[in-house]
Ligand binder design. Structure first.
Ligand code: SAM
Length: 326
């Protein structure tokens, strides 16, 4: 039962507009964290000057981006525009990364439209300077569309590299116990069994992740108001594998601030951004809440609950439109 729910903000520009006055950043501004040197910037990821300002001469060892792609569905020049737009933030990422670095990009594929924008995006990446490295599928527990097609339960995660970055394979075990016995191998004259040889009692994740639960309202990490939150567990896995403590991780599409929280937990510095001041504010508040309460989200509440309780206009909107009583 949700006590102080907040509708998804992409569906309600009035509500989003009313929340703006509670946001500390306006476009072009950067919040610098006094504790661990994270940064949250309100900027357009395609603008090189703004990204340069965020980086301030520093370079990251890892980029994790989750760009919005649903908006192209209603656009006539959809793929072409999306690719032209993506080229810009990909270039900005390339210039913000060390000579040896990794980049992960979450990207969907529209099955009814020749798997766009995924199809054109991977072609565009051939000229980006990045090398293709892997293609991960995260298996959702819940899906949609079962009546006349295979149920859609996957999320795609592209993995590219620049130069020769490290890959910390030891840090990325799942919590799935190894049970498969009987795979014998001769190593230096000694025949050993699979489980004897392994360094961990758990299996390594591979490039199909079946052990990551997608975020939904019952989970502690859920951030009410957000519509595209990625699971912390996935971000932690990426960050563990492709960066080290103290290094900079960039994410130009912060939204609920998942990469920021994962960086805080894993002692990395996160330089993150969102074009929307409301999502910048949510990201900062999520970090502050995590530091004071240890909680990773707002189950049964939301980032603006204190202000909403005192704001007659928002209270009226939530009551009239959604029957939500504060
Ligand atoms: C799919 S969401 C990212 C979700 C995020 N990974 C999370 O776990 O919460 C995409 C975000 O990109 C932001 N955005 C859209 N266009 C942008 C741009 N040009 N520059 C920066 N951010 C942008 C949107 O406001 C939205 O919050």
């Amino acid at each position: 039962m949700e006590k102080y729910a907040l509708p998804k903000l992409d569906n309600d520009s009035d509500l989003r507009g009313l929340l703006l006055k509670y946001c500390r950043l306006i476009e072009g501004e950067i919040w610098s964290d006094p504790n661990r040197e994270h940064k949250v910037a309100c900027l357009d990821a395609t603008t090189s000057q703004q990204i340069k300002k965020l980086m301030d001469g520093k370079l990251a060892s890892l980029a994790v981006h989750d760009p919005p792609y649903n908006f192209i569905v209603f656009d006539e020049l959809k793929e072409e525009k999306f690719i032209k737009w993506s080229k810009k933030w990909i270039k900005n990422s390339f210039n913000s990364l060390n000579i040896n670095a990794s980049i992960y990009i979450w990207l969907g594929a529209d099955y009814k439209n020749h798997f766009q924008p995924f199809a054109n995006f991977i072609l565009m990446m051939r000229d980006s300077g990045f090398n293709s490295k892997n293609f991960i599928t995260l298996r959702n527990q819940r899906g949609y569309g079962t009546s006349n097609n295979w149920m859609s339960i996957r999320q795609e995660l592209l993995y590219y590299t620049k130069g020769a970055p490290k890959f910390n394979v030891e840090t990325v075990y799942t919590d799935i116990p190894k049970v498969l016995k009987g795979y014998y191998k001769n190593v230096g004259g000694e025949v050993t069994e699979n489980i004897e040889r392994s360094k961990s009692e758990f299996i390594r994740p591979g490039n199909v992740w079946i052990d990551v639960q997608q975020v939904f309202y019952r989970m502690e990490e859920n951030v009410n108001g957000c519509y595209a939150q990625k699971p912390l567990k996935a971000l932690e896995r990426i960050i563990n594998a492709s960066s080290s403590e103290g290094e900079i991780v960039i994410d130009f599409f912060a939204h609920s601030g998942t990469t920021l929280i994962a960086c805080e937990k894993l002692k990395r510095k996160c330089f993150t951004a969102d074009i929307d001041p409301v999502f910048c504010e949510i990201s900062i508040r999520r970090l502050e809440r995590f530091r004071t309460t240890g909680k990773t989200g707002w189950q049964n509440s939301n980032p603006f609950v204190d202000e909403i309780k005192k704001d007659r206009k928002i209270k009226k909107l939530l009551a009239d439109k959604y029957n939500l009583i504060y």
